[in-house]
Design a binder for this molecule. Structure first.
Ligand SMILES: Nc1ncnc2c1ncn2[C@@H]1O[C@H](COP(=O)(O)OP(=O)(O)OP(=O)(O)O)[C@@H](O)[C@H]1O
Ligand SMILES: Nc1ccn([C@@H]2O[C@H](COP(=O)(O)O)[C@@H](O)[C@H]2O)c(=O)n1
Length: 212
């Protein structure tokens, strides 16, 4: 079974995708990490994130980079949103994601274009939402817990800028697939959001069995 989980920054899609992977005993890929690794490589090599060829060169990163805590910083998240807009960066990362999705037994992937581009054939597609203010509060709390002194206003501005860039780029913009189930987590606890996500996956897969 392939489960696609998409949505904007701090909507809770990673939390939900990890929980679904655990529930269904499937491997999970956080595809945002791949774009973050490219961004960190661009920064490390002092390349220009605005130049597509520079970013493509940075796609050839060492696997160990995926475990580097620098990838989790907000600065790299912002830079990832810039480098991910280049079509050739997206194609450089495409096959790896498709291979992961289509491994025997299936997988759970979360990102921005899983249901639309990486696995349009997914058995269940979820698009996770929450209001920008609520997402900013969640991300702010997370950053503060890691020692950051960034203001809530700054985090909200960054979230809005990232939403705009991710949803308006020419290639694989962030948008719900036509057949995605929408899940707004704004007023749901983490546990309630996970239970709702499982119920949506069950409903989708049951409907597929009924109408093959
Ligand atoms: N329903 C919820 N209620 C409250 N907090 C939540 C909820 N879902 C997730 N969170 C918290 O919000 C933060 C962001 O969640 P998460 O990392 O799952 O989002 P994301 O959409 O994967 O973000 P990103 O795209 O930036 O990786 C985390 O600190 C997480 O614990
Ligand atoms: N499938 C994806 C996943 C991510 N991106 C871009 O990477 C940025 C960072 O993603 P996080 O999920 O780790 O926050 C994100 O803002 C996107 O620009 C993508 O394009 N496609």
């Amino acid at each position: 079974m392939i489960i696609a989980v998409d949505g904007p920054a701090a909507s809770g899609k990673g939390t939900i995708a990890r929980a679904l992977a655990k529930h269904y005993r499937l491997p999970h890929l956080d595809t945002g990490l791949l774009y973050r690794a490219v961004a960190a490589n661009v920064q490390r090599l002092e390349l220009d994130p605005g130049i597509e060829a520079d970013c493509v060169a940075a796609c050839d990163f060492d696997e160990s980079l995926l475990d580097d805590p620098i990838l989790r910083t907000d600065e790299i998240g912002k830079l990832a949103s810039v480098v991910s807009a280049h079509p050739l960066v997206r194609s450089a990362l495409l096959h790896r994601q498709r291979r992961f999705a289509h491994q025997p037994g299936g997988a759970v992937l979360d990102g921005r274009d899983i249901g639309t581009v990486i696995a349009p054939d997914a058995d269940a597609k979820l698009f996770i939402r929450a209001t920008p203010t609520i997402r900013a509060k969640r991300r702010h709390a997370e950053l503060r817990a890691h020692g950051s002194t960034v203001s809530l206003d700054r985090v909200l501005l960054d979230i809005r800028a990232r939403d705009l860039r991710d949803s308006t780029r020419g290639t694989a913009p962030m948008t719900p697939a036509d057949d995605a189930a929408l899940l707004d987590t704004s007023f749901l606890s983490i546990d309630a959001a996970i239970q709702r996500a499982i119920a949506l996956v069950e409903a989708r897969t049951a409907a597929k069995v009924a109408t093959p």
